[in-house]
Design a protein around this ligand. Sequence first.
Ligand SMILES: *[C@@H]1O[C@H](CO)[C@@H](O)[C@H](O)[C@H]1NC(C)=O
Ligand SMILES: *[C@@H]1O[C@H](CO)[C@@H](O)[C@H](O)[C@H]1NC(C)=O
Ligand SMILES: *[C@@H]1O[C@H](CO)[C@@H](O)[C@H](O)[C@H]1NC(C)=O
Ligand SMILES: *[C@@H]1O[C@H](CO)[C@@H](O)[C@H](O)[C@H]1NC(C)=O
Ligand SMILES: *[C@@H]1O[C@H](CO)[C@@H](O)[C@H](O)[C@H]1NC(C)=O
Ligand SMILES: *[C@@H]1O[C@H](CO)[C@@H](O)[C@H](O)[C@H]1NC(C)=O
Ligand SMILES: *[C@@H]1O[C@H](CO)[C@@H](O)[C@H](O)[C@H]1NC(C)=O
Ligand SMILES: *[C@@H]1O[C@H](CO)[C@@H](O)[C@H](O)[C@H]1NC(C)=O
Ligand SMILES: *[C@@H]1O[C@H](CO)[C@@H](O)[C@H](O)[C@H]1NC(C)=O
Length: 299
Amino acid sequence: MGFPCIVMRLILVSALLVSVSLEHSDMVCAQTIRLTEETDKQALLEFKSQVSETSRVVLGSWNDSLPLCSWTGVKCGLKHRRVTGVDLGGLKLTGVVSPFVGNLSFLRSLNLADNFFRGAIPLEVGNLFWLQYLNMSNNFLGGMIPVVLSNCSSLSTLDLSSNHLEQGVPFEFGSLSKLVILSLGRNNLTGKFPASLGNLTSLQMLDFIYNQIEGEIPGVYNLSSLIFLSITGNSFSGTLRPDFGSILPNLQILYMGINNFTGTIPETLSNISNVRQLDNPSNHLTGKIPLSFGKLLFC
Ligand SMILES: *[C@@H]1O[C@H](CO)[C@@H](O)[C@H](O)[C@H]1NC(C)=O
Ligand SMILES: *[C@@H]1O[C@H](CO)[C@@H](O)[C@H](O)[C@H]1NC(C)=O
Ligand SMILES: *[C@@H]1O[C@H](CO)[C@@H](O)[C@H](O)[C@H]1NC(C)=O
Ligand SMILES: *[C@@H]1O[C@H](CO)[C@@H](O)[C@H](O)[C@H]1NC(C)=O
Ligand SMILES: *[C@@H]1O[C@H](CO)[C@@H](O)[C@H](O)[C@H]1NC(C)=O
Ligand SMILES: *[C@@H]1O[C@H](CO)[C@@H](O)[C@H](O)[C@H]1NC(C)=O
Ligand SMILES: *[C@@H]1O[C@H](CO)[C@@H](O)[C@H](O)[C@H]1NC(C)=O
Ligand SMILES: *[C@@H]1O[C@H](CO)[C@@H](O)[C@H](O)[C@H]1NC(C)=O
Ligand SMILES: *[C@@H]1O[C@H](CO)[C@@H](O)[C@H](O)[C@H]1NC(C)=O
């Protein structure tokens, strides 16, 4: 006879448990949302604190009395009000890039180009899973290119050109399958051209101009979407494949002077509309320039 009573109690107890756990998860949820908006704000204030005092004046609107989403250069999502874009290009900012940028977990676009940032690219940028556009060109950034940037798997534009970056191009960049623009020119990069970059079949622009990269360029031949290739001023060597021009059918602009290529100039290059600086005293290419090259521009 007592049996239904126990069942009733059990039902009551579990109902209680359910309602308690629901309430709890609601609380956790609300707290997470509040925390993360607050985290964005904190991250940007930390970022500002690492910009030198004199150049910081342009970030005057980055203060507690104004809403985060109306701060200079800050863009938010329409619904969630999280920071999705930070555009501080050309503001003459001096200082270092705070690792706190890695906490802007909804960030899609970060433009710090044309400033005076020095120091290293913080490893925490590798946490930005949604980042599509990263432009840090024309600063004074040094050290290595962080391997963890390869974790930003949404990246379609990566421009780190005109800095003082050293050592190799990470092999892991071969996993950035959405990459369309990779611009690493005018740094101090060394080592070989990573063959893994041959995986980047969406790549349209590849710029390594003026570094010290060496070895052959086998990976380049897999980049069939390539429109712009600039490898002038490195130490690339080896011969060029005879089918160079036909294996890269979309290539329109090619800069490859001041390297150590040997062998003959591939005739198929005559189909590329703009070949610049191909032959040059620093290359050792022989052979006739194909007749159709007449219409091409040499510098
Ligand atoms: C915050 O920024 C606004 C806009 O630049 C400015 O008018 C205001 O004085 C600032 N407030 C503080 C506390 O700095
Ligand atoms: C944000 O980033 C900094 C530095 O990377 C870290 O110390 C901090 O714990 C992070 N989290 C929050 C919630 O600010
Ligand atoms: C990066 O910013 C610089 C300076 O504004 C600009 O010239 C360049 O085109 C940008 N790079 C890309 C790939 O958008
Ligand atoms: C990067 O991704 C790899 C593989 O997905 C993971 O093991 C690693 O912890 C990630 N690193 C960072 C810094 O997020
Ligand atoms: C490259 O390194 C050399 C020697 O350390 C230095 O003189 C030069 O300024 C560097 N160039 C760049 C672009 O960082
Ligand atoms: C890219 O290419 C290399 C060959 O160089 C290969 O070992 C690697 O598994 C490929 N995939 C990725 C995601 O990098
Ligand atoms: C590049 O293409 C060649 C065949 O043309 C293939 O053997 C090689 O695995 C490819 N490399 C990558 C990294 O995709
Ligand atoms: C080309 O190779 C020679 C000998 O291997 C070397 O002395 C020279 O510096 C190289 N030039 C370039 C531009 O890499
Ligand atoms: C150049 O392109 C045309 C048309 O796309 C093609 O018929 C021709 O074979 C190509 N020439 C070379 C040398 O690749």
